[in-house]
Design a protein around this ligand. Structure first.
Ligand SMILES: [Zn+2]
Length: 317
């Protein structure tokens, strides 16, 4: 069984801001996951990068430009693949590495860094989390198109963080669906079940080259119970009993058996912070995420944690 969504390394933003979680070791993820019955992990570096101004980051502001690095993710992607292939070759056999992209900043530099890296290490996909770095996903329609050309050249899938919150202008699910529609030859996955937005899930279901993952499933169910605007409002929300995350996953898998990919979002299945002066406490664990998967009937489990995932990855066997 494959977990299609895991972050490895250090998240500078949450570390500098005193929020949790802020890191994950590759080795810890593989060790813990194996004990729970997971066999493979799609892994990518954390989201903020050393080419952002760390002083601004510490104040919670995103400003591009740093003395440490010039090219987004050049250091992070290289470090990620080095950790996997050089430091942990045994664990490397169980992981499927993706590299991070920023669709709008220093694109030519990123492309040449990726080309150079490709000569040294294999990697299996591209990952974009546009919200934290405040870099609009729509950039993939303009200058960032260069990344889609790489994806086509190397036959790589693209996994993208998705949002429905109006103030999150960077990762709107509708923009990502437009992208998938405009690029039928490429494979896309929208993270976080499109925040349970029924209309977007139905639209996605019509696209042969699009999937969604259920990453951070349990805390999203908690947010739905609280009617938090991070998830779709009731009128647009996929119908289920959000007080029972296992039932929600079953309903999603039954409604979209070809489209759902199981992913934990480790270590972001939890999020604990002071938010606008109040404590924000969204807590789950790797075990609880796996429990939701294991509660599915065996054929659906195989579909969402293996068959669909392999199709998205481009190796159906
Ligand atoms: Zn994530």
């Amino acid at each position: 069984m494959i977990d299609c969504h895991n972050h490895v390394g250090v998240e500078l933003l949450t570390y500098l801001r005193g929020e949790f979680p802020y890191c994950q070791h590759l080795e810890t993820l593989v060790h813990e996951g194996r004990l729970l019955g997971i066999d493979q992990w799609v892994v990518f570096p954390m989201v903020s990068y050393l080419a952002l101004d760390l002083g601004a980051l510490r104040k919670g502001e995103i400003r591009y430009g740093s003395e440490l690095e010039k090219v987004p993710y050049a250091f992070e992607n290289r470090r990620h693949l080095h950790e996997i292939y050089r430091l942990f070759p045994k664990e490397a056999e169980s992981v499927i590495p993706f590299v991070m992209i920023d669709p709008n900043r220093e694109v030519p530099g990123q492309v040449s860094a990726l080309r150079e890296l490709r000569g040294q290490y294999p990697f299996a996909g591209l990952k974009l989390q546009a919200t934290i770095i405040q870099s609009n996903v729509k950039g993939l329609f303009s200058e960032g198109k260069a990344f889609l050309e790489l994806a086509e050249e190397w036959n790589l899938p693209v996994l993208i963080h998705s949002s429905v919150l109006k103030t999150d202008i960077w990762s709107q699910s509708s923009d990502i669906l437009d992208l998938a529609e405009a690029n039928p030859g490429l494979r896309f996955c929208l993270a976080h079940s499109c925040r349970f937005d029924r209309e977007y899930l139905d639209r996605l279901a019509q696209l042969p080259n699009a999937w969604f993952d259920c990453s951070a499933h349990r805390i999203h169910c908690d947010l739905a119970v609280q009617d938090n605007p991070i998830v779709a409002p009731v009128m647009r929300r996929f119908e289920s009993d959000y007080s029972r995350p296992e039932k929600v996953l079953l309903d999603l898998a039954e409604a979209h058996p070809q489209k759902l990919l199981w992913g934990s979002d480790s270590p972001y299945y939890s999020y604990v912070a002071d938010f606008e002066g109040k404590p924000l406490s969204l807590r789950s664990s790797y075990r609880e995420e796996v429990d939701c998967l294991m509660a599915l009937p065996v054929d659906l489990r195989r579909q969402v944690a293996e068959e669909n995932t392999r199709r998205f990855l481009g190796n159906p066997q």
